[in-house]
Design a protein around this ligand. Structure first.
Ligand code: G6P
Length: 603
């Protein structure tokens, strides 16, 4: 979603830093981009609808020692050049991430006061408020504080003003950080990646804080004007530069990285392949012992990982549920003692999940963040942190982060069970043995790519597709459908096989390809019957199955899944490949599908 980067340097222009930062943030998803530089008498704004590469072209001869840049994912107003940020009003230019909820009311007041609006965005009100405060004689920081105090909703704001070589910023609800190169360069960004290799130390701005950076340093205050403590941390340098290598798309690369990513995650969380509760950190053992109930909160693909984990937890007798974060935050549980709220998120910044975690925490739950981005907001706020360890994921459609989350959720399940003394040693050993096989089994699953390519030719010609499964393969059916629609734009539905005859069966005819998930487990006879019902109605079946599935004349690809627990992780691989190859045939923008964003920082 929207990305922010800003830079002040004494000795050089900042254009390259801004463009590089925006390029790094491209993967988050956006549809327009812009830069603004400070001049003596004005601010110079340049913006485009479309990609940062286009912005690079039109800014070739423009530079300055103080500037801000933005990639915008449209919420209010079309994704065109005039709505792109930074928004220039009077003597200021301002970029905003988030949503200003009282923008309509503020716009009315400002219009009554004679202000003329030039964009359809919610953000323009902040630019007017800032410009008015400066015109009233406020210094830049006070003007930003007064502006922030009038806004309701979520925001990370950065702004420049004519003749002022500094950047004012404010945050409430949307991620923002400052950085320094330890010399005379100071920076701001919505994501540490934008400052990778540029800043050596970082300061994560807290909610309801404002500040100012210049080449002389940084000032940080609360929105009430109190001086705020500055908690600088080293910024791990060179955090990997992510390259495509031999792959055509990041999604393809990330699908194929899964065996190695899982091996690395297992090494991190199960050193010596043993389950040790101490590994979870101080107090984890007693926390897990006290846990009476688990609620797992997430969005999108992470929610599907959460749903699968509920089957595992219940299997070990641990009461649990998975909740869609955007629903949970407005309808939380009345929590009793001993509730563990696990927020699952690749980015660790998803606004709904972050907010739902805060809701659970204020209701008394202990929070665990299972995230892939180490310094993300969720990682910083949770009581306990579990890293997915999948490595940077660029493709908007989550793949390796999903299987990495599942691996960690399985380890968490075992840890909770062990702490309650209900994990039999044989069961622990058996599950750990399954986990150790995981990288090998995933490599094998990747080998069916050629057959999946054949299936994809059929799916690419369809208007609609169905995915059906039972037990842990029901959430996986949801995930298979989500992957397909995200990147190929084909309508797809995931369905619990037992629910088919309660409605979805009406959609079945020979034009709708149907993926059936039929692993070798105790429910195989049931899913086989459900698939037979589909075949009897001319449904065109494509079945992913273990050795035992037997339905003559059905297009079946066999998978070795290593046992009940790991099965959904293995079956995820061909579903990801199916979405990828279908999208490849359709020629869509696979890594940046239309209308979607990698990191969803608005409600
Ligand atoms: C966006 C992405 C999805 C992702 C979801 C949740 O919608 O496009 O791929 O599953 O956000 O993101 P999170 O970072 O919280 O896992």
């Amino acid at each position: 979603m929207c990305g922010i980067v800003g830079a002040c340097r004494a000795d050089n222009g900042v254009r390259q830093i801004l463009l590089r930062g925006l390029t790094t943030l491209e993967y988050r998803g956006y549809d327009s981009a812009g830069l603004a530089f400070v001049g003596d008498k004005n601010v110079q704004r340049l913006a485009v609808a479309g990609r940062v590469a286009k912005l690079r072209q039109i800014t070739k001869i423009t530079d300055g020692s103080t500037g801000i840049g933005h990639t915008r994912w449209a919420t209010h107003g079309a994704p065109d050049e005039h709505n792109a940020h930074p928004i220039a009003v009077g003597q200021v230019a301002l970029a905003h991430n988030g949503i200003i909820e009282n923008h309509a009311e503020l716009r009315r007041e400002l219009t009554d006061a004679g202000r003329v609006f030039h964009t359809d965005t919610d953000s323009e009100v902040a630019a007017h408020l800032l410009d008015m405060a400066l015109a009233d004689g406020d210094d830049f920081l006070t003007a930003m504080r007064r502006t922030a105090a009038k806004l309701h909703g979520a925001y990370a704001l950065v702004a420049v003003a004519a003749g002022n070589n500094s950047i004012a910023f404010a945050r409430d609800g949307s991620p923002l950080m400052a950085g320094t190169d330890n010399k005379n360069g100071f920076f701001v960004a919505s994501d540490a990646q934008a400052l990778n290799g540029i800043a050596h130390r970082a300061l994560y701005v807290e909610d309801r804080h404002c500040g100012l950076i210049s080449t002389a340093g940084i000032t940080l205050v609360t929105t009430d004007g109190e001086t705020a403590a500055q908690n600088w941390q080293p910024l791990p340098s060179g955090s990997e530069t992510v390259l495509l290598g031999e792959h055509r798309h990041f999604m393809e690369k990330e699908i194929f990285e899964q065996p190695d990513a899982i091996a690395a995650a297992l090494q991190h969380h199960l050193p010596k392949h043993q389950l040790s509760l101490r590994h979870f950190g101080n107090g984890a053992t007693s926390l897990f012992k006290r846990t009476r109930q688990v609620v797992i909160i997430a969005c999108g693909t992470s929610y599907h990982a959460a749903l699968i984990a509920t089957y595992w937890l219940r299997n070990f007798g641990i009461p649990c549920r998975a909740a869609i974060a955007s629903e949970y935050r407005y309808c939380p549980d009345k929590l009793a003692a001993g509730v563990l709220a696990v927020g699952v998120s690749q980015s660790g910044e998803t606004a709904d999940t972050l907010s739902a975690m805060r809701t659970a925490k204020s209701a008394g739950a202990t929070t665990v963040a299972l995230v892939n981005v180490p310094h993300s907001a969720m990682a910083r706020e949770a009581d306990l942190l579990m890293l997915a360890c999948a490595g940077t994921e660029i493709g908007v459609a989550a793949t390796k982060s999903f299987t990495a989350q599942l691996t960690q959720l399985l380890i968490l399940t075992l840890a909770l069970t062990k702490a309650r003394n209900v994990l039999a040693p044989a069961q622990e050993e058996d599950t750990l043995m399954q986990l150790r096989q995981l990288p090998y089994l995933m490599r094998r699953a990747l080998l069916i790519e050629d057959d999946i390519r054949r299936w994809a030719r059929v799916f690419a010609g369809a208007d609609s597709a169905l995915f059906i499964g039972r037990h842990t393969h029901y959430p996986l059916a949801l995930e298979g459908a989500l992957k397909l629609k995200e990147i190929s734009y084909i309508h797809a539905e995931g369905c619990a096989a037992g629910e088919l005859k309660h409605g979805t069966l009406a959609l079945v005819d020979k034009r709708v390809p149907i993926v059936g998930l039929a692993p070798d487990n105790e429910l195989l006879p049931k899913i086989t019957s459900n698939l037979a019902e589909v075949a009897a109605r001319d449904g065109r079946l494509f079945v992913l199955a273990g050795e035992k599935f037997d339905m003559p004349a059905t297009d079946t690809l066999r998978l070795q899944d290593g046992g009940n627990f790991l099965s959904p992780l293995i079956y995820a691989v061909p579903l990801q490949l199916l979405a990828y190859h279908t999208a490849l045939q359709k020629g869509t923008d696979i890594d940046k599908p239309r209308n979607l964003a990698k990191s969803v920082t608005v409600e």
